[in-house]
Design a binder for this molecule. Structure first.
Ligand SMILES: NC(=O)C1=CN([C@@H]2O[C@H](COP(=O)(O)OP(=O)(O)OC[C@H]3O[C@@H](n4cnc5c(N)ncnc54)[C@H](OP(=O)(O)O)[C@@H]3O)[C@@H](O)[C@H]2O)C=CC1
Ligand SMILES: C[C@H]1O[C@H](OP(=O)(O)OP(=O)(O)OC[C@H]2O[C@@H](n3cnc4c(=O)[nH]c(N)nc43)[C@H](O)[C@@H]2O)[C@@H](O)[C@@H](O)C1=O
Length: 327
C-alpha cells in the first residue's frame, strides 16, 4: 500500500504558516529539523522543552495537543544513547520510548493533527539482516542484544503509526535513520554514540598531551553515518511527499569500519598518539548498512560527506561545548 502524495497545493511545503510541533527540538535531530524549518520559512513552530512538557505524562500531552492544535508533528523526542547506555538502562529504553511515542501519536490523532512523522532507527532490523538492509527485513530475525529493548519500542512505534493509518486513516509515517552525528549531539563519555564519544576523547587526549586513546571493541564493526542536516532535509522531504504505510530508510549509503572512523577522528582533531582497542567492550551489530533505494526513488539524496561533516562537527564542538566550559 504505497501512497506518494502528489497534490502540491495540499503539501507540507506549501503550508508554511501551519503550526508545526517539533517534539525534542533541543536534541540532535529536533534541533536540525528546527534549523531546517526556519530556513524554509515556516512561521509557526511549536516548541516545548522537557520542563514545560514531560512527554511521558499522558494527560499533560493530551492537554498540550488540545490547547495548541498543531497541524504537523515531527516526533524526534526519545530516550537515546549509544551501545553502553542501551545495554545498561534497558528498562528506561523500552518504557520511556513506548510512553513518549504512544502519548504523542495518540494525542496527535485525537486532536486532529494532519500528519505526523515518527523516527525509528536502523537498529530495528535483525542483527544478521541482509546488507544493504531493505525495509522488508523488519521482523525477519533476532535483534542485536545490546539494543533490543530500544529496538522493540521503535518497532512498536512503526506498528502504532501503521495501525492508526489502517484503522483511522491517520497520516502517520515512519522514517528509519541510520547512525547520526552533527551539532547538538550528546558528547557524554560513556552514554553517547561512537562519533561524538571519539570526538570528545581525542580532543581531551590532545589537550592533556596523553599518549593513547582507548577505543571500544575490535574496530571491525561497520557503520553507516549520516549528517543530521541531511537527515532533517530528508524528513522534511518525507513530510511533504510520502504517505505510504511502510517505514522508509534514511541513510548515506556509505559505510566505514569503526577503525577507519577512529583514524579519521584522530586526524581531524589532530591527536598524534596511539589508538588502543578495548576488546572487553562489545562491537554490537557487525554491519548495518541500509538500502536507501526507496528514498532515492522518491527523489531524495544526501549531500554531506563524512569527512566534511566530521570537520564541521568538531568545529561546532570546540566553539560550543569547549568554549562554554572555559567561560
Ligand atoms: N542519534 C542517532 O544516531 C539516531 C537517532 N535516531 C532517532 O532520532 C530521534 C532523536 O534522537 P536524537 O536527536 O539523537 O536524541 P537526543 O537525545 O539528542 O534528543 C532527544 C530529545 O528528546 C527530548 N526528550 C527525551 N525525553 C523527554 C521527555 N520525557 N519529555 C520531553 N522531551 C523529552 C530530549 O529533551 P532534553 O533536551 O530535555 O533531554 C531531547 O530534546 C530519536 O527517535 C532517535 O531514536 C535514530 C537513529 C540514529
Ligand atoms: C544509532 C544506534 O546506535 C546504537 O548502536 P551502535 O551503532 O552499536 O552504536 P554506538 O555508536 O554506541 O557504537 C558503534 C560502534 O562503535 C564502537 N565504539 C568504539 N568506541 C566507542 C565509544 O567510545 N563509544 C561508543 N558508544 N561506541 C564506541 C562500539 O563498540 C560499536 O561497535 C544503538 O544502541 C541505538 O542507539 C541506535 O539506534
Amino acid at each position: 500500500m504505497e501512497e506518494i502524495s502528489s497534490s502540491s497545493t495540499d503539501s507540507f511545503l506549501s503550508d508554511k504558516s501551519a503550526k508545526v510541533f517539533i517534539a525534542g527540538h533541543r536534541g540532535l535531530v529536533g534541533s536540525a529539523i528546527h534549523r531546517r524549518l526556519l530556513l524554509l520559512g515556516f512561521t509557526d513552530l511549536l516548541l516545548a522543552s522537557r520542563s514545560d512538557l514531560d512527554l511521558t505524562d499522558q494527560s499533560a500531552v493530551d492537554s498540550f495537543f488540545l490547547q495548541h492544535s498543531p497541524r504537523y508533528v515531527f516526533l524526534a523526542a526519545a530516550k537515546v544513547g549509544g551501545i553502553h547506555a542501551n545495554s545498561t538502562f534497558p528498562a528506561d529504553f523500552i518504557s520511556v520510548n513506548l510512553q513518549i511515542q504512544t502519548n504523542v501519536i495518540l494525542s496527535s490523532f485525537r486532536s486532529g493533527v494532519k500528519k505526523l512523522l515518527f523516527l525509528g532507527s536502523s537498529c530495528i532490523y535483525p542483527k544478521l539482516a541482509p546488507q544493504p538492509i531493505p525495509e522488508s527485513a523488519l521482523l525477519t530475525g533476532p535483534l542485536e542484544p545490546t539494543n533490543e529493548w530500544y529496538a522493540v519500542a521503535k518497532i512498536a512505534g512503526i506498528k502504532t503509526c501503521q495501525a492508526f493509518k489502517i484503522q483511522h486513516g491517520f497520516d502517520a509515517v515512519s522514517a528509519m535513520p541510520t547512525n547520526l552525528y552533527g551539532p547538538n549531539d550528546n558528547f557524554h563519555p560513556d552514554n553517547s554514540h561512537v562519533l561524538p564519544a571519539l570526538v570528545r576523547r581525542f580532543h581531551e587526549a590532545k589537550a592533556s598531551g596523553a599518549k593513547e586513546v582507548v577505543v571500544w571493541g575490535t574496530g571491525s564493526a561497520l557503520r553507516e553515518f549520516l549528517h543530521v542536516d541531511d537527515l532533517a532535509d530528508g524528513l522534511v522531504f518525507l513530510m511533504d511527499r510520502y504517505s505510504g504505510l511502510e517505514h522508509v530508510n534514511v541513510g548515506s549509503g556509505k559505510e566505514v569500519s569503526i577503525k577507519e572512523l577512529a583514524e579519521m577522528v584522530k586526524e581531524v582533531v589532530g591527536f598524534e598518539g596511539e589508538l588502543v582497542w578495548d576488546r572487553t567492550k562489545p562491537d554490537g551489530t557487525p554491519r548495518k548498512l541500509m538500502d536507501g533505494s526507496r528514498m532515492a526513488e522518491i527523489g531524495w539524496a544526501p549531500r554531506i560527506g563524512l569527512r566534511e561533516g566530521l570537520e564541521e562537527t568538531y568545529k561546532w564542538y570546540v566553539e560550543n561545548v569547549i568554549r562554554r566550559q572555559q567561560e
